[in-house]
Write a protein that binds this ligand. Structure first.
Ligand code: ZN
Ligand code: ZN
Ligand code: FE
Length: 763
């Protein structure tokens, strides 16, 4: 048999995930000669040997690739043999035609955990242990290609022992860029407000401080956390006071799955999600007998739990805490602190002590949030562990696009061919530091992905800061995308759906093409356009933002519209509790049309019902009224508001006055909030189902896409999904891409490409 040689180019997530050592070992096992190397294009391999062995090599390259890698594209060419006798790993080369993907940060692997708690291991209790299968990635990268000198590990020269591991292809730490040990790697220090606290064991010192009710800022992987004992009500209330966070639930970290199960119901799917290498915060149903402080998540049936995902976390928690509050290190909704000096400035008003390390965090990444619902995992906040892993489209786009996302929960996207890079969670842009983070992420992703966008896409809303920013980039063509259209195409693109789809797009706020505020929309369309088939009958938003913060205003708005002046005579708890003059002011605003824009928002309807049911009149975090409405729902009730559902007979307005009437009648009849909440959720879903049935009759379209922040309501989402499927619809939903505004940049990218393409064709 003759000797042959092939050249293989591998694209995808193949750097920083142990791909080269895998190739090396595979080639050595098969007695093949040649080389492998990383470049900014991916991984290049040349192998030479017997034809059979080359075939085996090709097969195993795919079938046995490391678990964290993802091969997107593999090109193979035959080239002449050159008589190589050995297989080597070549040095990385700089190349500017990069299509390489950098890996997200990965939770500590079991091998490393074993060593961490093995007294005989040289890394016993070393808080920065990692290997090619785990550890920080995206958050420590300065530029590409992904090599130690281009990461924040560059200031830690490897000691001889680490250096040996790094260069030994048989070692688990071969080319592990963040490789480190107690001799050569990053170190921890504990600080109080004045100085370094001298202690032989900073972790034990922090454990003691936390047990004594102190608040400690802890530098982690993608930023700082504020840690507090989850059993200590006083300490939690103090943290709430300092952080300006009255009631929003805090996320917790547990050392292991057993600890989570003490406090929450955990299904096998939820367990998989918790243990996944992305280690998101998972929203779980709390157990009634959990002994955690009530102030962790007031008025909420869920706890957000993540498992320890860095060695530092494992050392802190194991044997010490079953649940530790680990909330983002920030004041209110600011971006989390990442630098030590920054943290001293920003977090010392919040924390009593600070546990820091000297491995710089170069890219800010919040903890991601996910949940399991309707048979799939659903990412709600896509950040650490996910970013910058792209979304792969089924069809390549014609041009490179930068999409600027929305305003709240902003993320941006950059695209090349069939790959859309969704950034990590950036936050609410009306916050000045979130806005500069937004600008940083755009620059940084352009640089490490080597993408020069040809088009900019932004939201249609004239006041969104992301849209204003886009309009200052005069060098590139701009495409403005309607908010709910972006939601629809986001869920279609994630699912590879291209044919026209009916979207039930439900959220709080989005700027409509008619200049009003939309948010309860049945759209029919695809990337190149849409029709607004139906929408919730618009209601006044008395006071604009004030109405969003005060759901009682929405309740008055709905009551007034439903009953005119007679609403005052209704014997409702809300009308007894509100001051008559407040009601009068709101009524007058609507009468005189002062700052009372009309909105079809679904989120505001939830708010109104929450206030009508005497659940929540004013909110201190987004969607609080709707969440509390969901939490009380009696899921065993099965009565529906048939009159409201029967009203739906065509496109256009989806009347909500009958719904308000039926709800008010139930209140007057003495039905409980639990029962009415349940009826409202299910009846509203049925109203949208009626609407899409009519849309289907008219168009023949059987695909229904669900997108928008309202679908974070699991009771509503599960009910609607199940019922639509029973009606025979092909329902497409979000999984990897957030259903809230964190996902709209994806839709913007795909729409911008289609619209520009159509413009060119029309010429
Ligand atoms: Zn590891
Ligand atoms: Zn070392
Ligand atoms: Fe939205």
């Amino acid at each position: 048999m003759s000797i042959e040689r092939i050249k293989i180019r591998v694209n995808g997530i193949v750097q920083g995930v142990g791909f080269r050592p895998f190739v090396y070992r595979l080639a050595k096992d098969l007695d093949l000669a040649g080389y492998v190397n990383n470049d900014s294009d991916g991984v290049a391999i040349e192998v030479e040997g017997l034809a059979d062995d080359l075939n085996t090599f090709r097969d195993k390259l795919r079938s046995e690739a490391p678990p964290l890698s993802r091969i997107v594209d593999l090109k193979i060419d035959n080239i002449p043999a050159n008589g190589d006798t050995d297989f080597i790993i070549k040095q990385s080369q700089q190349d500017d035609s990069a299509t390489t993907l950098i890996s997200p940060d990965i939770a500590t692997c079991d091998d490393c955990l074993g060593e961490l708690f093995d007294p005989a291991d040289r890394r016993y209790r070393y808080p920065f242990i990692n290997c090619t299968n785990c550890g920080p990635r995206y958050t420590i990268v300065e530029s590409i290609p992904y090599d130690r000198p281009k990461t924040s590990m560059k200031r830690f020269p490897l000691c001889p022992e680490c250096d040996r591991e790094y260069h030994d292809p048989a070692d688990r730490r071969f080319h592990a860029q963040p490789n480190a040990c107690p001799v050569c790697g990053p170190k921890l220090t504990l600080h109080d407000h004045k100085k370094i606290v001298e202690t032989g064991d900073p972790i034990q010192a922090v454990v003691d401080l936390l047990k004594n009710g102190k608040i400690v800022a802890i530098r982690g992987v993608g930023g700082f956390h504020l840690a507090v004992d989850s059993h200590n009500d006083d300490a939690i209330m103090e943290l709430r006071r300092r952080k300006g966070r009255a009631e929003k639930p805090f996320a917790m970290m547990a050392p292991d799955i057993e600890s989570v199960k003490k406090h929450c119901q955990v299904s096998s799917d939820e367990e998989v999600l918790l243990k996944h290498y992305t280690a998101p915060i998972v929203l779980l149903k709390r157990k009634p007998d959990s002994d955690l402080a009530g102030s962790v998540a007031p008025s909420n049936n869920h706890f957000g739990f993540m498992l320890a995902y860095s060695p530092l976390h494992h050392l802190l928690l194991r044997g010490n805490f079953d649940a530790l509050i680990m909330t983002s290190g920030n004041y209110s909704e600011e971006p989390i602190a990442i630098g030590n000096d920054e943290a001293k400035e920003r977090l010392f008003t919040l924390a009593d002590y600070m546990l820091v390390h000297d491995r710089e965090i170069l890219q800010r990444c919040d903890d991601s949030i996910a949940r399991y619902a309707g048979g799939k995992s659903r990412v709600i906040r896509r950040s650490r562990g996910y970013a910058p892993r792209p979304v792969f489209l089924e069809k390549a786009l014609k041009r490179k696009i930068l999409a600027c996302g929305g305003e709240l929960k902003n993320t941006i996207a950059l695209s090349r061919d069939n790959t859309v890079f969704l950034s990590q969670h950036i936050g609410d842009l009306d916050n000045p530091s979130a806005y500069s983070f937004f600008e940083h992420v755009i620059d940084y992703l352009r640089q490490i992905l080597v993408i020069k966008p040809e088009i900019i896409a932004c939201d249609l809303h004239p006041e969104y800061l992301s849209a204003k920013w886009a309009k200052t980039r005069n060098d590139l063509p701009l495409v403005e995308v309607q908010h709910h259209h972006a939601h629809l195409v986001s869920v279609m693109s994630e699912n590879g759906v291209y044919e026209p789809t009916i979207g039930i797009i439900l959220d709080g706020t989005g700027f409509g093409t008619d200049g009003t505020i939309w948010g309860g929309e049945v759209l029919i369309g695809d990337a190149s356009g849409f029709d607004r088939f139906a929408y919730l009958q618009p209601a006044a938003l008395p006071g604009g933002t004030a109405a969003i913060q005060n759901p009682w205003r929405m309740a008055v708005s709905y009551l007034y519209r439903t009953y005119n002046d007679d609403f005052r005579n209704l014997e409702l708890p809300i009308l007894e509790k509100l001051k008559p003059e407040d009601i009068e002011i709101v009524k007058r605003m609507m009468d005189q049309n002062i700052n009372s824009p009309m909105t079809s928002s679904c989120g505001r309807l939830f708010d109104a019902v929450s206030a009508l049911l005497d659940i929540r009149y004013s909110v201190n975090f987004e969607a609080q009224a709707a969440i509390e409405l969901e939490m009380v729902a009696d899921t065993s009730d099965d009565y529906l508001y048939e009159d409201s559902i029967a009203q739906i007979s065509a496109g256009g307005d989806i009347p909500t006055t009958p719904l308000i009437k039926e709800i008010v009648q139930d209140i007057l009849d003495g039905q409980s909030a639990a029962v009415i909440s349940s009826r409202f959720h299910r009846s509203l879903a049925e109203m949208f189902i009626e609407s899409v049935k009519i849309a289907k009759e008219k168009t023949g379209i059987n695909n229904v896409g669900l997108s928008g922040g309202v679908y974070q309501n699991v009771y509503f989402f599960n009910y609607l999904l199940d019922r639509l499927e029973k009606e025979g619809f092909n329902v497409i939903t979000h999984s990897e891409v957030p259903t809230n505004d964190g996902g709209i940049a994806l839709g913007q990218v795909v729409i911008a490409d289609a619209l520009i393409e159509n413009q060119i064709k029309a010429r």
